[in-house]
Design a protein around this ligand. Structure first.
Ligand code: DAH
Length: 347
């Protein structure tokens, strides 16, 4: 081995390696070339360097310089090729994973509140402005809370209006109105009380366009010193005007409920004919939206409240009735049908 041969072999190595490196498609191919040319054992450059030992001592440094040049050239080529392939890989990945932000999104199907829930919210919002707090009572009540404590003893004729389904456990029954909530609130709170009790009720009922055996009510109860019928009247007027419009006519009519004395029915001017009289209002020009009255002293006593000191008024309204008037719906049965053709109109 002489200097000239070794030098030309070094040059040949460089000339062979650089184009191959330039053409390598990926990092794996570059790693192979790295091992093949620069590997400590078995690499082509190491192989040539073994020849240096056979040269005369004077020539060795010159070969050393040439070896370093070739090594640096190969290393440099590998480094820039690695950078090139990494960039190409990144560019390919970006292209493959590109998101077209201008593509219109798929619309998400949006639900809506059921008209009954929406009406209850509106009722609670209006009475909330007068300080009424919403409570909830159970759908399964007892004969005591649904009837007896509301001044309806077992043989009372009013029970005929309020027959229901009975539950095997503890003489329970499906509540026929939200009024038992009054007893629960009176047991839980001290006066002054301003309570609202929305909820589902049940009755044995011949079902038709205006009667359902499952329906909703919102009960109201106010108990304080000096509460009177004029307060009730003023509050219900405000409610009717907020719910049905400021110009809506209202009236109190005598009524009868065992748990109030005196009892009233509260009417608003017919929303269909405006008071002229039409089939919707039975040609009276009025529509009844709730029953109400001054809480009977016996009921206050059952609620643990001294009727000598406190008075109260209460009211109970049918939610379906109010929803029907607000939205011009002609049949109660539609509310529990879950027919999307109705529900989708409340988006
Ligand atoms: N609970 C009665 C019903 O179901 C409605 C009612 C009338 C509630 C008068 C009251 C009230 O609180 O004072 O028909």
């Amino acid at each position: 081995m002489d200097l000239a041969t070794l030098t030309s072999q070094l040059r040949a190595l460089g000339e062979e390696a650089l184009p191959k490196i330039a053409a390598a498609p990926d990092l794996a191919a570059l790693a192979e070339l790295d091992v093949a040319y620069l590997g400590r054992k078995g690499g082509a450059l190491s192989g040539l360097m073994r020849g240096i030992g056979q040269l005369p001592a004077d020539d060795r440094p010159r070969v050393g310089v040439a070896v370093n040049e070739v090594r640096e050239a190969v290393e440099g080529a590998l480094a820039s090729a690695r950078q090139r392939t990494a960039q190409a890989a990144l560019a390919a990945r970006l292209a493959a994973e590109a998101v077209d932000v201008t593509t219109p999104g798929r619309p998400i199907a949006r639900g809506s509140l059921h008209p009954i829930s929406e009406t209850i919210s509106r009722i609670a919002e209006i009475f909330g402005q007068f300080g009424f707090v919403t409570y909830e009572g159970p759908e399964v009540e007892s004969d005591a809370t649904n009837f007896q404590m509301l001044n309806i003893p077992p043989d009372h004729p009013a029970r005929d209006l309020w027959d229901t389904m009975y539950v095997d456990i503890d003489g329970g029954l499906l509540r026929t109105h939200t009024s038992p909530g009054q007893i629960r609130v009176m047991h839980a709170e001290r006066p002054p009380i301003r309570a609202l009790l929305p909820g589902r009720c049940f009755r044995y009922e011949a079902v038709d366009a205006s009667h359902a055996s499952e329906f909703f009510q919102v009960e109201g109860l106010m108990v304080d010193e000096g509460t009177n019928l004029a307060d009730l009247r003023g509050l219900l007027d405000e409610f009717a005007h907020a719910m049905f419009g400021a110009g809506r006519a209202t009236r109190f009519r005598p009524g009868y409920y065992p748990f109030t004395e005196p009892s009233v029915a509260f009417d608003v001017g017919c929303l269909v004919c405006g008071g002229m009289g039409c089939p919707a209002c039975g040609r009276t020009g009025w529509m009844t939206i709730l029953g109400a009255g001054m809480v009977h002293p016996v009921v206050l006593q059952h609620g643990g409240i001294d009727p000598e000191r406190y008075q109260g008024f209460a009211f109970g309204m049918g939610v379906e009735r109010i929803a029907m008037l607000r939205h011009g719906i002609g049949d109660v049965r539609i509310f529990l049908d879950n027919d999307l053709r109705l529900l989708e109109q409340f988006r």
